[in-house]
Design a protein around this ligand. Structure first.
Ligand code: PEP
Ligand code: MG
Length: 745
């Protein structure tokens, strides 16, 4: 049948004629009295586009809503229906204009592309019969050809009303706002799909052979991965690979692909077809475990496609075309940094949470992010125009002109607000009741440095030194580190910079250091733990910092401190380095301040010792919150389950404020909550007088500070957090307060 269809596709024909010819061929080939094509319009109606056997005058007249009748049910479920007595099916809806009442048997399959129904292909017979499995397969394969026709835009304009077809429909998708800002551009898939252009095979046996060889290579590559030492232990990574291996050996999967080839498809098109069927099932699957497994299946199909076209490895990174909206299931911070920032307008993730590192890095780079957007990877085709609204957590695929205009206006409005913030740049961050709040910025890359002057930050409250290590192709040499730190202090131009020592491990992996798989990496061998066990690392870093800050103040901060002896150990290392450098006659920093991050709950019961041990402390609320609430900061499923503005967490923060005051130890907070005006307001109400945030947040937070009466807020907030929970949450109390006092948040 496909051979005939190929000829029809190659003929010089109008779109309607071509479709008419296709249904005639299918009917003849399947010995069916009827063959009809219904195409989904943008208004969610399936319109009869061509028929052999039904009344010709019904074409472009007969229509059904998605979910209505047999055809609508097939489109809604993306599953075939094979019935020997169609009229007794509960969903049967009689369309008198078609004259279909005399046909008893019915076989309908969805016309799928990337798992989405674009229409329905139907054959009908008068006599009662059940269509054989191979007939169902053949009809599905044929449906794929029609899907290509629709996707190529050939049928555009044939439909009755001027609504357009579904595939060209504008879609508004709602996810979670993870990093603010608006991005306009075109979809670039982080893991690009291989575009299958050649659908029809010349020689089925040869294609089956190609498929088998590619599957063979795929199996070997997965076995290799499993054999590698780093996945030798049990763990999630291994589980995923085992699942891959299982799928790669799945007879059903291979059989379906071989059948599609036998029906006339190329190996690539067969993989694509079976993958599309699977994806259609996945999109409708609600069991999270099965969804996850089906995702694995998808990955495997991508790998197989890449094997077939000879491009087995790797996502696209590096240079991008202009105005890119990057779309991915998820990605690591280092992977994001692989892209050229200049062309990147926004990031859309199926997963992601506000404090996952990729999101923190995106925020630092000023890239808007929307996350937790289900199935966006299958819905977004490369090159599709898209608007990402990181303020609202909304993505517009193929936006209509009105939406584009509205967003252009929004972008203008943001720019003017940005101007207002810029005007605030040299205004002091002082509350209405005269309290100064130090607003510092977080940084980590050379490209962040110009923001120090532009944002009006008083300094760099958190310099994440690991980012330099994460973007490097190999371990930065001591000389390189020193040069980089010198560049940072020079750019700071006398403003204080707090350098945090390497915070690697957990989800921050360095591509060139083999990481040992851990059951719970966030609780594992990371940050200061790793530095102490591998003192060479931290020694080199300290030496580079000492040299780079000669004649100035050096502020060093330690991540993930759990016990006092960790601080003492690093102090010893610093003292030793100071000794060595001065014995060689190097100029040293004018003064040296050593601080600790409060991120591990154990410190809450050592606050007196801690305050006596260090020169300053900084609350890492991202990690502290995840450990206090036992809630993985990178897990999208629970990202919004617990509120950082809950009584429990605010009480924790208040305890720290009280202790720091008591000991006169400077305190700051540098987690993501510092950058949101409402939570920053809460922090000030708790007594914090210094916070550090992404540079783009300084303007909005300063605007809030200048409207705030901190004393009044504390009077309400402090007694409230001490009380047992009641109906009104603290967040509601804060939004009410902001509303009453005209504070923008
Ligand atoms: C934190 O944990 O709050 C923090 C600032 O550090 P990071 O986000 O880099 O872990
Ligand atoms: Mg942290």
């Amino acid at each position: 049948m496909l051979k005939r269809l190929r000829e029809v596709m190659a003929e010089e024909l109008g779109a309607q004629e071509r479709l008419d010819k296709i249904v005639r061929h299918i009917a003849a080939n399947m010995v069916a009295e009827v063959c009809s094509v219904y195409v989904l319009r943008a208004d969610n109606v399936l319109e009869l586009f061509a028929t052999e056997g039904l009344k010709p005058e019904a074409v472009h007249e007969a229509s059904l809503r998605v979910g209505q009748g047999l055809v609508g049910t097939i489109a809604a479920t993306a599953r075939p229906l094979n019935l020997d007595d169609a009229q007794s099916h509960p969903a049967f809806a009689y369309l008198p204009e078609t004259g279909e009442e005399i046909y008893q048997s019915f076989l309908g399959v969805p016309i799928l592309r990337a798992g989405r129904s674009l229409g329905v292909l139907v054959v009908q017979n008068q006599a009662s019969r059940t269509y054989r499995e191979d007939e169902v397969e053949a009809l599905e394969t044929t449906a794929m050809v029609i899907a290509e026709l629709i996707a190529a835009g050939e049928l555009e304009g044939l439909n009755r009303q001027g609504t357009g077809l579904d595939l060209s429909r504008a879609l508004r998708l709602v996810g979670s706002p993870l990093a603010e800002g608006i991005g306009l551009g075109y979809v670039v898939l982080h893991e690009p799909r291989v575009v299958v252009t050649n659908l029809f095979n010349e020689d089925a046996d040869k294609e089956i052979e190609r498929l088998r060889e590619a599957i063979g290579r795929l199996r070997i590559s997965i076995d290799d991965l499993l054999d590698r030492r780093e996945v030798a232990k049990d763990g999630e990574h291994r589980e995923v690979l085992e699942a891959y291996r299982m799928f790669a050996n799945d007879r059903g999967w291979v059989r379906h692909m071989e059948e599609a080839i036998a029906n006339g498809l190329t190996a690539e098109a067969a993989v694509e077809k079976v993958q599309s069927d699977n994806r259609a099932r996945m999109i409708r699957q609600s069991d999270p475990y099965l969804r996850e497994r089906l995702h694995d299946f998808e990955d495997l199909a991508y790998r197989l496609l890449r094997e077939l076209v000879g491009r087995p490895h790797g996502p696209l990174s590096g240079d991008l075309p202009g105005d890119c909206i990057l779309v991915a299931r998820n990605m690591g911070a280092a992977e994001l940094l692989d892209y050229n920032r200049d062309n990147l307008r926004a990031l859309v993730l199926e997963e992601g949470s506000p404090t996952s590192h990729v999101v923190i890095v995106a925020r630092a780079l000023g890239i808007p992010v929307v996350g937790q957007m289900q199935n966006v990877v299958s819905m977004a085709e490369s090159g599709t125009s898209v608007i990402v609204d990181g303020d609202e957590g909304v993505v517009h695929l193929r936006p209509v002109a009105e939406v584009e205009t509205a967003y252009a206006e929004k972008v203008r409005f943001r720019a003017s607000r940005q101007k207002q913030y810029e005007a605030l740049r040299d205004e002091p961050p002082v509350t209405r009741d005269g309290i100064n709040i130090d607003l510092s910025m977080n940084a980590g890359l050379a490209m962040d440095l110009p923001q120090l002057a532009q944002s009006g930050a008083v300094g760099i409250g958190l310099f994440r030194t690991e980012l330099q290590f994460m973007v490097a192709a190999r371990f930065p040499r001591p000389g390189e580190q020193e040069r980089f730190y010198r560049e940072v202090v020079q750019a700071a131009d006398g403003k204080p910079v707090t350098f945090r020592t390497l915070d690697i491990g957990g989800d921050k992996v360095l591509p060139y250091i083999q990481s040992v798989p851990e059951e719970n990496p966030a609780l594992g061998w990371r940050a200061i733990r790793l530095s102490i066990d591998r003192p060479g690392l931290i020694r080199g870093q300290i030496r580079a910092l000492l040299k780079a800050t000669a004649g100035r103040e050096l502020r060093v901060m330690l991540p993930m401190v759990t016990e006092m002896r960790e601080i003492r150990r690093v102090r010893e290392i610093i003292e030793r380095e100071v000794e060595i450098l001065s014995s060689f006659g190097h100029e040293l920093p004018r003064s040296l301040k050593l601080g600790a991050m409060i991120e591990v709950p154990a410190l809450l019961w050592q606050l007196d010792e801690l305050m006596a041990e260090v020169d300053f402390v900084s609350i890492g609320s991202n990690d502290l919150f995840q450990f206090v609430m036992a809630s993985d900061r990178g897990n999208a499923k629970i990202a919004s389950r617990f509120d950082p503005l809950s009584r429990a967490f605010l009480r924790v923060l208040r305890t720290i404020v009280v202790k720091a005051d008591e000991h006169h130890v400077p305190l700051t907070l540098c987690g993501e909550i510092a950058g949101r005006p409402l939570s920053a307001m809460a922090l000030i109400g708790l007594g914090l007088r210094s916070i550090s945030m992404a540079p783009s947040s300084i303007g909005p937070v300063k605007a809030m500070v200048r409207q705030l009466d901190a004393g009044k807020l504390s009077e309400i907030l402090l007694p409230e957090i001490a009380r047992p929970a009641r109906e009104q949450t603290i967040r509601e109390l804060l939004t009410d307060f902001a509303g009453q006092h005209g504070i923008l948040y």
